[in-house]
Design a protein around this ligand. Sequence first.
Ligand code: NAD
Length: 699
Amino acid sequence: MSVHYEVRGACAVIALDNPPVNSFGFQLRVDVMAAIDRVEADAAVKAVVLTGSGRAFSGGADITEFSAGTAMDEPNLPALIARIEALQKPVVAAVNGAALGGGCEFALGCHYRVGVAGLQIGLPEVNLGILPGAGGTQRLPRLIGAASALDMIVSGKPMKSEAIAKLGFFDRIVEGDVVAAAVQFAEEILAKGGQCPRLCERSVDPASMPGGAEAFFAAARTKIAAASQNFPSPLKCLEAVEASVSQPFEQGMQTELKLVTWLMATTESRALVHAFFAERAANKIADVADDIALRPMKSAAVIGAGTMGGGIAMALINAGIPVTLLEVKQDALERGLGVIRKNYENSAKKGRMTEAQVEQRMGLITPTLAYTDLAQADIVIEAVFEDMGVKEKVFKTLDEVMKPGAILASNTSMLDLNKIASFVKRPQDVIGTHFFSPANVMRLLEIVRGKATAPDVLATTMQLSRKIGKVGVVAGVCDGFIGNRMIEQYFRQAYFLCDEGALPKQVDAALEAWGMSMGPFRMLDMAGLDVSWSVRKRRYVEMPEMKYSGWVDRICELGRFGQKTNAGFYRYEAGNRNALPDPIVEDLVLAYSQEQGITRRAISDEEIVQRCIYALINEGAHILEEGIAARASDIDVVYLTGYAFPSFRGGPMFYADTVGLAKVVDSMRQFAQNPLADSKFWQPAALLTKLAAAGKTFN
Ligand code: NAD
């Protein structure tokens, strides 16, 4: 039974019990309906208190239901809420924990709301590309006014209960036992005659629309349209809220239903729902049991206090894990600590933390030059220079000093993790933790599984990633793992496009208009061109068959390494990150084409986008067929969280599914016909061809 029913005096207390967050799945809806039947049948029950068991009031609808794209089985949530609202006995929501989405809408269907401070109340549906579809857009404006409701619904951001109480959401905020307080509140209502105020019978307060409804919604529409390009849901939220003012309640509910049904079918919403489930799926490692015993994780050590080591240390201490930070030399250590302190002080200046918190965080770092100080750490993460010789020395020392069972992690981007594991006598304890820069900010963590990595090391590292607020994705060992291996093909294609007729600014503009937050050339300039140059130099020796366009090295040979030298594919004015097209680069590209005997042609933005994105997709397919990624959705998570891939497109593999794999393969075959093309480049991966031929998808 997913509800508990209890009678206290004249009051029935109905508690939702559907762990972990009392989401309104089918069974819970049926059980609440049955509890309402009981209330109606029992003349001794004069009032009802609805609450949640456990820590949540309710986290809302069961997303697995609506992601199926079909209507909810009866009774659906709007019908359940309407039934509660129509009850002739006063109903009090005892909001004991977070009330989100459908949970918040459920509370709005009650006649009264009693809550405690510190709860999250909100309607986050817009984050999944939809809108509150169980009356939220109609009842909330009637309760807290149009402007505040619109803000909440369009932003999707939950509010603290004490803040929303000021807007009139709660009838009473109490301390302590909220259910007992709600029962007492219900008794007071009964003593006063047992009124059942229904939001559906109210209208929206005109004073909540400054300048009048028409002007208010017109201004809001302009603002929302400008901020929500590529996302249809915010404007539809506005339409729904507008209906709460311009239409009677029942008609407004029909409008809400029509709009939410339309939104659910959009690619954007399907992409956002896909991303939501993909992140959860990434946590699961097929051959590691969910209940495997984890290793302890109370303290950490980081080796190297450079760009990555500093960021990794911050990510750990932000989660309250003390870090011992080791460097080779005192000055490097001090420099690293100085950068960390400056980052925290900048946050304090912006009001994101107090000075005391800065000191508290800095206090969690123990700087050292001595390996013996690391010995007791539960995990040590190495972030020294990307050089196998240096890594070898570090891991051999770690093998000598670290306590048995400590996890030995490397932040290498490109080096062979199995080789690194071979330097120690405990390869089962070695794992890759590939953070993205800046490591204290970026959500992605590629967790690299070596051939000897023990299952509990993998599971413990996955849990650590959650603890420090990262999204962990498991990758197998290969050059570049998932993300960087794919991006290399995307970059190669961007370079080739310039050989044939495009310029960096056009390639970037086309991909940015498509949704990438930064085009490839701007991205390369930000990362530093020396990094990609060193990769290419290695390729020239190790994989001579992988062809690169020749003009790119010439940029590096000019000492142009991107933003850090104020010049790369673009030029930069000191202290400014605005990428300015540079005639030197454009002349260099044109000269290269001429030298190669290429007659430059106009290249369409569509061709640019297809060639770059299909390059990603094809490499993603190789990565899947080789088992480097366990699922297509893991690749999507990597791109959405680590490479600013547009969320409304759902990640490269999901995007390929929406285009249709057969169409992707056809386009690739056409690109191969181009006499300038590297025909090997456009050979579709076997998995892609197979799925396309069978009319299947990656996800
Ligand atoms: P960095 O040059 O900024 O920092 C490296 C630090 O390691 C320096 O402070 C150096 O003094 C220290 N160091 C060198 N040898 C050492 C030793 N034997 N013992 C202790 N400290 C030592 O480099 P980074 O960009 O932070 O990169 C570190 C690692 O992270 C590399 O493996 C790199 O491939 C990887 N990585 C870098 C990025 C990035 O964007 N920079 C992203 C992901 C992974």
